[in-house]
Design a protein. Structure first.
Length: 258
């Protein structure tokens, strides 16, 4: 049996912004293994770039979706039901915090900044899972999201995003328990630092990359493609017994005690 032949299956990938996005790496690998895709863009500013990136992928749907807009979210799921009939995979690659809340003293995080980070980076997974679940067939469906080890440890300048990732990881566990009886698996990938546009918003990110490469057991940084490969595994039947987990793709950095 070819566990990586995903022909006939469908996926919704949230969070593609440009070719350096981890979401794009995930979408690329899913598409290469036979999955028909729907991808979303947040606003008109990135629409053209996203359309260009997926232009050579037959049958790919490109849909607007601002995840804080309930009407747009409903429109996306209605379109998927009409065009696909079912949804096998949901890749939630969404995170946001105000730049001011990703620097300085943690105690200075604003109430509004806290609420924004939690809403977009954590609650949107719950909201999308709730809407997607009725379209997802039993024992052939998987939901994945992206996290970072700052959910458990102090990482300078990660600040409010660390709290959002902790909430996200606990949401993965609760969703896995909720959706397990329906045969839907839910997992998170904890990636090491990758050069993406959003990562560069974190003060000191270049130093994080350097330290990671020097200290990680593999003595290097990881790539977006390696995160995509983990996503492919977590979507495929190779991981049919895996749910509620945080799967690290960080060259082993998370095992270190110094």
């Amino acid at each position: 049996m070819n566990y990586l032949d995903l022909s006939g299956r469908t996926a919704l990938v949230l969070g593609i912004a440009n070719r350096w996005s981890i979401a794009y790496a995930i979408a690329q690998l899913l598409q290469a293994h036979g999955v028909r895709l729907a991808v979303t863009y947040q606003n008109e500013r990135v629409r053209e770039e996203v359309q260009k990136l997926v232009s050579e992928w037959p049958g790919t749907l490109v849909l607007p979706c601002e995840l804080t807009d309930e009407a747009q979210v409903e429109a996306v799921l209605d379109c998927l039901q009409k065009e696909f009939g079912q949804l096998n995979y949901l890749a939630h690659c969404i995170a946001f915090a105000e730049r001011a809340d990703l620097q300085g003293a943690f105690r200075d995080v604003s109430r509004a900044g806290f609420q924004t980070a939690m809403d977009i980076s954590a609650y949107t997974l719950i909201a999308m899972a709730r809407r997607a679940a009725p379209l997802m067939p039993a024992n052939a469906s998987s939901i994945i999201t992206l996290t970072y080890m700052a959910s458990e440890r102090v990482v300078p300048n990660y600040n409010v995003m660390a709290l959002a990732k902790a909430a996200l990881e606990n949401s993965v566990r609760y969703l896995a328990n909720d959706l397990g009886p329906q045969g839907i698996r839910v997992n998170a990938i904890s990636a090491g630092p990758v050069r993406t546009a959003s990562a560069r918003a974190i003060t000191g990110f270049t130093g994080m990359l350097k330290q990671h490469a020097e200290k990680a057991p593999l003595r290097r940084n990881i790539t977006a493609e390696e995160v995509g490969q983990a996503a492919l595994y977590l979507c495929s039947d190779l991981s049919s017994g895996v749910t509620g987990t945080v799967h690290f793709v960080d060259g082993g950095y998370h095992i270190l005690g110094f």
